[in-house]
Design a protein around this ligand. Structure first.
Ligand SMILES: Cc1cc2nc3c(=O)[nH]c(=O)nc-3n(C[C@H](O)[C@H](O)[C@H](O)COP(=O)(O)OP(=O)(O)OC[C@H]3O[C@@H](n4cnc5c(N)ncnc54)[C@H](O)[C@@H]3O)c2cc1C
Length: 317
């Protein structure tokens, strides 16, 4: 019988391993981290009871009904809709840019048709063949919305000036001419009640899987007939073919009391003005274990008596 090694105990590795094991194969799963779950790993903070998304906040969202049904076999999901707020020039707006954002930003009361025509009239028609992200955006929506909602965010996301990024990144700007402020277009969204790691643990809970944590693929001495490698592809080739550029994040943890919603927004505004990097801030809140996620259902900034805050700061490539 063929022997299999799956490198990585995140969602990809766990699902691959389960399906192989269910077909009767022996599968070795290795992950160099001391835990399963990959970048979706979650752990309950002992001090505050907060469910921490260790490598950044994760929202499960998909348009694939099969994927949605599949994942629910391994854990209970609470309804969650991601509603994002942004500050521009001392005012709070909803994202992605929608009819409310447009009307609030320009001080208008336009309907969908007029708003569409208005935004088209803002587009810079002198740019015929956009050469950068910035030119592409300006040719689609004009300078005001671009400066307010895309320029800073793009710098944060990529760590590069929008003038240095290729136009191809921006095939379509997320712009809505209705009042839908649901960040994702996907019909299925949720937040796992017991975190993602519990789901991955349940996926891996099948006979035939030999899980080895704290174990790198490179350190394995055994030979396998087939390896599924879910790590960085440049590393798989021991960087012989070069190195890919990766965006990384640093997390700064602190625990504090009080209502952080207002502070959160003013902090973002302040940092947007003054810092060369643009922090995102996630508040992961405490509450009773059961109802805490329900509170998350309608907004992504949640207020609670005790909050644990991470500033997520994009760091070097
Ligand atoms: C900040 C952030 C926010 C995100 N938010 C969302 C979100 O809201 N919704 C969403 O759907 N997706 C989100 N994602 C993407 C999501 O994290 C990934 O799609 C998902 O984790 C991919 O799972 P994976 O199993 O393929 O890989 P990973 O989760 O990266 O797991 C790969 C595992 O392989 C291990 N590994 C790699 N190389 C080796 C090696 N040589 N030897 C041993 N082990 C190795 C690693 O330690 C890691 O645990 C986000 C990602 C980040 C970084």
């Amino acid at each position: 019988m063929k022997s299999f090694c799956v490198v990585g105990a995140g969602f990809s590795g766990a699902i691959l391993a389960r399906h192989l094991a269910e077909r009767g194969y022996k599968v070795t799963v290795v992950d160099e981290r001391p835990h399963i779950g990959g970048n979706c790993h979650t752990e309950r903070d002992a001090e505050t009871g907060v469910m921490v998304h260790k490598y950044g906040p994760h929202i499960f969202h998909t348009a694939d009904e099969r994927a949605w049904e599949y994942v629910q076999r391994f854990g209970k999901f609470q309804p969650y809709v991601n509603r994002v707020k942004a500050i521009s020039k001392e005012r709070v707006y909803t994202l992605p840019v929608n009819l409310l954002t447009i009307n609030q930003f320009f001080g208008t009361t336009m309907g969908p048709k007029d708003a569409r025509a208005f935004i088209e009239s803002k587009a810079d028609r002198s740019i015929q063949a956009p050469r950068s992200f910035e030119e592409q955006a300006l040719s689609m929506i004009g300078p005001e919305l671009y400066r307010a909602f895309f320029h800073g965010y793009t710098r944060k996301q990529w760590g590069l000036e929008p003038t240095e990024l290729p136009a191809s990144i921006l095939k379509r700007l997320p712009l809505r001419f209705n009042y839908d402020d649901n960040y994702f277009n996907h019909p299925y969204q949720g937040m796992p009640e017991d975190g993602y790691t519990s789901i991955v643990q349940n996926i891996l809970a099948v006979d035939g899987i030999d899980l080895r944590l704290g174990c790198s693929f490179e350190s394995l001495e055994e030979q396998y007939d087939h390896v599924f490698y879910t790590g960085p592809i440049d590393r798989y080739f021991q960087f012989r073919l070069g190195r890919l550029g990766y965006r990384t994040l640093d997390f700064e943890r602190f625990v504090d009391d009080g209502d952080h919603q207002a502070r959160l927004l003013s902090t973002i505004a302040m940092k947007l003005c003054r810092l060369p990097v643009f922090p995102s801030i996630s508040i992961l809140h405490r509450g009773s274990r059961r109802n805490s996620l329900k509170q998350c259902a309608s907004v992504n900034i949640v207020v609670s008596p005790v909050s644990r805050i991470f500033r997520i700061i994009p760091s070097a490539w």
